[in-house]
Design a protein around this ligand. Structure first.
Ligand code: SF4
Length: 402
């Protein structure tokens, strides 16, 4: 049996339960830093330690567990046919059939989510792993996913669940309010909707989101940004931060490698900014596919103009998997070039991802140029922030800080 907890797990110990509570706005001692590195780098299945609440303690993930909820975003077309209005794909779905994302079904002319309350992945992760570098550093995020996706990326890291039907994976039964209880018990400061495209479990995400806000935690999402404006604006009522994959900057890239479209993603980014949601961007740099520095330059200039120079951007290293196993990992020098291009385009917070220990993981103050957050992989070393400002020169740093 495939255990849905085995990917990307993070050791839950007394030490890192409530990780980060006492590390903001000051330096870690060397001993504290090494202790954090030690615990964070160990990988142990959360399933072994998950300790579900009383109501769920005896629960085992079940294959074929489906929970449904009526979607608020569809139009009846007559004759039992419907059109989904959740994402720009706008699937036309006859009676008894499903949309492209595999998790929405037309039952007698009504459109249902099939993943409301049945996640297949639940992990306690460092928030840096999402990645969010400007949201509560050194805290943990209770991270969840269901099966399904509205893209078909050939380089997907989580294709085993993103390209699956909900019947084909092992699911837990976790109602929204229980998810929040567990997140709090585990000392998480946020709940993250991640691993697959969270838009496809929209109803579940929004309902969890309301409980999360009530409990005083943050809602954070890592998304492909492929969502229609109305559901996005509704989601923004509970959302605090979004990391949006800007996978490339040409329609050709989106069409050929993702079976998606670029333009709606750009609209999502603009809407999130208008709604005052904290936004970070991830660009996975894939050799020969989207590593043309002229295109990277065009993308960075667009980000600067439309979203602002203070939008953090992560250039992430590709490793060969799924349908692009024939390509090599991204050379670090390519990521460094992309970072240099972004900085020369005026972007102020430019990161290199998936290269632990690289200087490009750190945050530098754009005004005094001093390092204000030191990172090694997902671990935080030094922090020189005071109430969201550079401790050296007082410049406000965008983000959500303790
Ligand atoms: S959310 Fe799913 S069913 Fe709806 S339009 Fe997008 S891919 Fe199609």
């Amino acid at each position: 049996m495939r255990d849905p907890f085995t990917n990307h797990s993070f050791l839950v110990t007394k030490e890192n339960k409530g990780r980060g509570k006492n590390v903001s706005n000051r330096h870690l001692t060397r001993r504290e830093f090494l202790k954090l590195c030690g615990t964070g780098c160990c990988a142990l299945s959360v399933a072994q330690l998950f300790g579900l609440p009383n109501t769920l303690r005896a629960q085992r993930p079940q294959k074929g567990l489906i929970k449904t909820k009526l979607s608020p975003y569809f139009t009846s077309l007559g004759g039992g046919r419907i059109q989904c209005e959740l994402c720009p794909r706008r699937c036309l779905v006859p009676k008894g059939e499903r949309g492209f994302c595999r998790v929405r079904e037309n039952r007698d002319g009504q459109y249902y989510s099939l993943v409301y309350g049945n996640p297949c992945a639940i992990h306690l992760d460092p928030i840096e792993k999402k990645p969010f570098f400007h949201v509560l550093p050194a805290t943990t995020s209770f991270s969840i996913a269901t099966a399904g996706c509205n893209f078909r990326c050939k380089f997907c890291q989580n294709w085993e669940i993103s390209q699956a039907f909900p019947e084909d994976v092992y699911n837990y039964e976790v109602p929204p309010e229980i998810m929040v209880t567990k997140a709090k018990e585990m000392g998480a400061h946020s709940v993250a909707y991640t691993y697959v495209e969270p838009v496809i479990f929209y109803e579940y995400m929004v309902d969890i989101g309301y409980f999360v806000k009530k409990a005083g935690l943050l809602n954070v999402m890592h998304s492909n940004g492929f969502i229609n404006p109305d559901p996005l604006r509704d989601l923004c009522k509970v959302l605090d931060a979004a990391n949006i994959d800007l996978k490339g900057f040409t329609e050709k890239f989106y069409r050929e490698l993702c079976d998606g479209e670029l333009n709606p993603v750009l609209e999502t980014l603009k809407t999130l900014k208008q709604e005052k949601i904290h936004v970070e961007i991830t660009n996975l740099v894939i050799p020969t596919k989207n590593d043309d520095m002229a295109v990277v330059k065009t993308m960075c200039l667009w980000v600067n103009k439309e979203l602002g120079a203070d939008t953090p951007i992560h250039f992430s290293r590709f490793y060969p998997l799924y349908k692009l196993r024939n390509l090599p990992p991204t050379p670090v020098s390519t990521l460094e070039k992309a970072r240099a291009v972004a900085l020369s385009s005026g972007l102020e917070y430019v990161y290199i991802g998936n290269v632990p220990g690289h200087e490009g993981e750190n945050t530098f103050c754009p005004r005094c140029k001093k390092m204000i957050i030191q990172r090694i992989g997902y671990m935080i070393g030094e922090m020189h922030l005071e109430k969201g400002k550079c401790a050296y020169c007082g410049k406000p740093i965008p983000g959500i800080w303790m």
